[in-house]
Design a protein around this ligand. Sequence first.
Ligand code: GDP
Ligand code: MG
Length: 441
Amino acid sequence: MVELDLGRRIRQAVSAFTGKTYVDENAIKELVKELQRTLIVSDVDVKLVLKITKEIEKESLELQKSKDLSIREQVVKIVYDKLVELLGESYEPTIIPKKILLLGLYGSGKTTTAGKLAKFYKSRGLKVGLICADTDRPAAYEQLETLSDRAKVNFYGVKGEKNSIKIVEEGLTKFKGNDVIIVDSSGRSAFDPSLIDEIKQINSILKPDEKILVLSADIGQVAGKQAEQFNEAVDLTGIIVTKADGSAKAGGALSATHSANAKVMFIGTGENIDDFKPYDSKKYVSRLLGFPDLEALIDKVKVLEEEMKIDKNKLMEDKLTMSTFLEQIKAAKKMGPLKEVFSMMGAPDLPKDIVSQGEENMKKFETIISSMTKDERDNPEIIKKQSSRAVRIAKGSGNDLSNVKELMRQFDMINKMMSGFKHDRGMRKKIERMMKSGMKF
Ligand code: GDP
Ligand code: MG
């Protein structure tokens, strides 16, 4: 399903962000860029995309630590809120008697929607009548009749009758005593004055409480223009967006109708009569993000953060061994210009030779460490205590004794630096983060 593809991309962008070891300007900018790409692909108007993503970026960068939510959680909340804002307000249907006129272009899903709406109100205890005023399409009558049967609601239509106004008049008489009357009208292939004429006539007879334009999600942001045109002509009370299940452009259609000031009331999510629900932008966004609601989403971010914290603490508690030492230099090297990382963190005595370690040296260190016994790897101080060990390791690994000594020297430096940091909370945090992100590569 394509719509889920939009969801998948948004989910990926958000989880890439929440999975980041630390939230900095880059992490936020990356998230914003990916959101931009995803929304543009789903045919959301580029100006709108830029507007909301700029807001996300600005508000995220201005965030302060709060007692209740971490920065990460707050950013996710901002993204959630902005998406909800982009996709418009939710609709709460009133279960009261009403007359509904459905209009729209060919194939937008009017007739299917008439059946779905009928079932929706019927199953909420209202007596429903469906009127087929589509005198244009040959099979319109049978299609709506079948749907009426399925929804177990009343049906009125006149086979072969070309005068839709007459049918509506008769239907109204016939359906006295019904709570909800739904009229399915003719479509056109494009916005058309003759269609508007017909609708205006039906309008004056039916006096509908709701004039609802049915739009297919696959037209994307064109939905906004269509909503505007119909609204100008007949004063719509709302929109139903169909095929929200099968179109990657649903986001575009929903956001465009919202910015055209048209209220989305229901969405169609499949061909079946039950594939239909009141539009709830919060639920829609939650589903895109893969969570039932914002609360659940925030909880997930919390869990992620806790997991990372545990990991970091474990890293710091672990005594520095030769194996972790080797892992660290490897990880550190992958992080790029480590010198800058260290100096940014304000580390005073940067072990320069460790940073500028050449590949060759790294390989040597690796072979040396693999020649150590487990005991030596876990407690390197015993190598210093017994010089015969260093000689044996050098021989065994095919290295000079001086290489082993160099390795020991660097190990000591890192070890000292690390234990120094253990008493400096700020520095420790920075190192933890750095190590963690290094390890993750
Ligand atoms: P109308 O010409 O506006 O009356 O459109 P129809 O109701 O005849 O629908 C046109 C096509 O769209 C039919 O094949 C429907 O089954 C299909 N359709 C309508 N609504 C939905 C929906 O929400 N999801 C999907 N996947 N198909 C739909
Ligand atoms: Mg139809």
